[in-house]
Design a protein around this ligand. Structure first.
Ligand code: F6P
Length: 324
């Protein structure tokens, strides 16, 4: 096998705070190992349109504390097609790139796994998404910052909810998963947490509101955006119609959850994963994600991260029932 000389890194899918820390780590670990490191702009779109830039160590100075991604990101329908991936591979070869690091979520890893297998090309994934919904890793980059963003916002909502005796439905991101809602809901002391992984929660909420209405009037109901029993507005309307005496409001937190300076945890995790990704390329790994399990770096085949489904922590589910 030829010695690795040039590697490239890109960010793909929804941006996540801490992606810059991961880029910085890949660039600096690469250079420390005598590799040339290239950044690809705008994710797979830039891979297809040949947007490579050489990165020096100083190009990644003072970015560890910034949100977003200096390389830009995109969702690329073209890369879902074989033709798009072939074009991307041709550009990698034309730029003499020997290995690629993809920082992104499950959609990005699906593409990474395919280009790696179709062209026998080394691709290492770094899990970067606020959703934390990737199989094979306890944490994804950006999740911790998003949780703290939610906690910060909900603490403020709590002030006004208590002052007005209001029931607030707060919708958080997470796509089809409830990891953000579950953990931030516990951190905020939410009175109820509605997540896609659990069924029959809306009926339970009605019973809960009927009971708690006798005790206190203000509450926070955390709702994951992927809740299948109805969206946040529909559930809130149902509650209003059943309990006209309650003063109900809905707050959809939206993209504010994805922004801001990454937490120390996200910065350190991203730095560890970036270094591990370069190590993996140097050790001839071809199609894996560098994850984190029990605080250790792990290697998980990319196709497993795409095919298998991460489940919510049952201990956290028990906590909801006990503490609410
Ligand atoms: O995957 C990250 C995420 O923020 C999800 O939580 C959310 O459903 C989605 O991206 C929003 O995507 P976009 O920024 O493209 O609207």
């Amino acid at each position: 096998m030829e010695k690795m000389k040039k590697i490239a890194v890109l960010t793909s899918g929804g941006d996540a705070p801490g992606m810059n820390a991961a880029i910085r780590a890949v660039v600096r670990a690469g250079i420390a190992n005598k590799l040339d490191v290239y950044g690809v702009l705008r994710g797979y779109k830039g891979l297809i349109s040949n947007e490579f830039i050489k990165l020096k160590s100083t190009d990644v100075s003072k970015i560890i504390q910034t949100g977003g991604t200096i390389l830009g990101t995109a969702r690329s329908p073209e890369f879902r097609e074989k033709e798009g991936r072939t074009k991307a591979f041709e550009n990698l070869k034309a730029n003499k790139i020997d290995g690629l690091v993809v920082i992104g979520g499950d959609g990005s890893f699906a593409g990474a796994s395919l280009i790696s297998r179709e062209h026998n090309f080394p691709v290492i994934g770094i899990p970067g998404t606020i959703d934390n919904d990737l199989y094979g890793t306890d944490y994804t980059i950006g999740y911790d910052t998003a949780l703290n963003n939610v906690v910060d916002a909900v603490d403020k909502i709590r002030d006004t909810a208590s002052s007005h005796d209001r029931v607030f439905f707060v919708e958080v991101m997470g796509r089809e998963a409830g990891f953000i809602a579950l953990r931030s809901g516990i951190a905020c002391g939410a009175e109820a947490i509605l997540i896609p992984e659990l069924d029959g929660q809306v009926d339970k909420l009605m019973t809960f509101l009927a009971d708690q209405g006798k005790k206190k009037k203000s509450s926070i109901i955390m709702v994951a955006e992927g809740k299948k029993e109805g969206n946040t507005l529909e559930i809130a309307r149902l509650v209003e119609s059943k309990f006209p005496e309650l003063d109900v409001r809905v707050s959809i937190l939206g993209h504010i959850q994805r922004g801001g300076s990454p937490t120390a945890y996200d910065r350190v995790t991203a730095s560890r994963m970036g270094v591990a990704a370069v190590d993996a390329l140097l050790n001839d790994q071809r199609s894996i994600m560098v994850g984190i399990a029990d605080n250790d770096i792990t290697h998980v085949p990319l196709n497993k991260t795409v095919k298998l489904h991460k489940t919510v922590n049952p201990d956290l589910l028990d906590i909801i029932d006990l503490l609410i």
